[in-house]
Write a protein that binds this ligand. Sequence first.
Ligand SMILES: Cc1cc2nc3c(=O)[nH]c(=O)nc-3n(C[C@H](O)[C@H](O)[C@H](O)COP(=O)(O)OP(=O)(O)OC[C@H]3O[C@@H](n4cnc5c(N)ncnc54)[C@H](O)[C@@H]3O)c2cc1C
Length: 482
Amino acid sequence: MTVSIVIVGAGFCGTMTATRLLSDQTEKPLSIALVDDSYSVSRGVAYRSDEEGWLLNAPARTLSVERDNGNGFVDYCRLRGRPAEPDDFLPRAWYGDYLAHVLKKAVANSGKHQFSQHDGYAVALEPVDDGRTKVHLHTGVGISADQVILATGHSDGRRSITIAATGGASLDQRLLVTPWDAVKLRAVPDDSHFFLCGSGLTALDVVYALHRRSEKLRFTLMSRRGLLPQHHCQSPPRLQPQARRALLDQLTVGPRHCITVVRKVIAEHRARGGDWREVIDSLRPAVPQIWSNWSEADRRAFVRHIAPYWNTHRHRQPASTAALVASLRMSGCLSLMAGRIETISAHGDGLLLAIRPRAAAASRVVHASYFVNCTDVGMAPAHRATASDTEPHADCKHRPIAHACDSLFDQLRRDGIAKFDWAGLCVDESYRVVRVNSCTNPSLFYIGPALKRRFWEATAVPELLMHIERMTEIIMRQVSAR
Ligand SMILES: Cc1cc2nc3c(=O)[nH]c(=O)nc-3n(C[C@H](O)[C@H](O)[C@H](O)COP(=O)(O)OP(=O)(O)OC[C@H]3O[C@@H](n4cnc5c(N)ncnc54)[C@H](O)[C@@H]3O)c2cc1C
């Protein structure tokens, strides 16, 4: 009997989940349907761009996804005539091509398994008879399956920023709710000033892409702490095993203690001629264990006080991007602020932003041509057309406007199928989505960056791949037992 599986989302996680399931040679044939709304299967948000200057933030040698070829990504690039060395930081678009190639190969060699692709946005899941689930697409099509895997990336409906914003059509044109809206802008005047909410790797993507259009554009990047990602350097990736074990043995209690220990170890390591990156990278595989040892209060404290520092040291920018950012700062084209945005209003042919710098008693006003949301959460401006562009909206509430990408999770939450807490979507240790009543859905899985809530380290390729391997093993065991 064929077992049917629907995978919702065809970014890195959906693509690699399909690839692993197709290559599994169990007795039972599988019928796998891969659904995505973006027409860019295998690329997802991270690898769909044509912008060759957007580089991967890790060396090519660390990004192979083939079980039998640890140098698969480099080999693939070379086969296509693209110059690639194992230590290079290659374009993200090339990686998307590589993932598409790996999936195509798996489909071609899938033996008794069937595979189909569907264009559409999954809007709802409906439990139907005999434990199956129907996935409803926005097109009206419904696909029934024995198992459903949500691989929807950051679209887990957990949070959105709400900012009080006033203005009519001119506000809508200048308030860009995703970073990719900024990159798609046509005809940007040379004297434009872009105000970016967020100062992480995505904000740097936007700066890079727009700067290539005109070197005169100005950028302000604002985040809670005003921190930029650190940069990579050529260094051995890990501490010696003995030193690593000694470090991990000390990281048994809460985040404050861990930070003290890590700082001390970095200082000692530097004194011996080492680099702090080796210490941070050595910690990476142990993070899920450390995270799971912490209490909820510890985790909250980490997210609130330490995560911005951890993230900027852990998720680093390639050295070439760092050089561009440094030169823009030197020339005054890029500035960095710590603080938060209070309100946005349309003003003439631009925007007025009321911002509160970190630790300041009062807010101040900044003019910008465009506002770009470069955070990893959806943005929901609490606004819509007002009587005039400059008149504050009498009825301006901080109200999230449903983000298209959240409608599936809204339904799951509403119908009690998925539970959320302060840290996001609740998933158990076998990747099954937890119901509002705290039982798990036996045949509904989630794979992707929202696993951060359970493991913290679940954003980059190596960790996601490890979770995909584990989840597909669990699913195949369940399939065999049917
Ligand atoms: C800009 C960027 C750069 C990155 N660079 C690196 C890097 O250099 N190195 C590294 O290791 N990691 C990197 N990462 C991190 C990591 O690789 C990605 O987060 C990872 O690709 C996540 O894959 P995903 O499949 O879970 O999500 P996504 O890539 O977001 O894919 C989800 C897919 O699901 C679709 N979808 C969502 N909801 C629905 C729905 N309801 N119905 C149908 N389809 C839906 C979306 O359209 C999308 O195509 C980067 C991440 C980003 C965002």
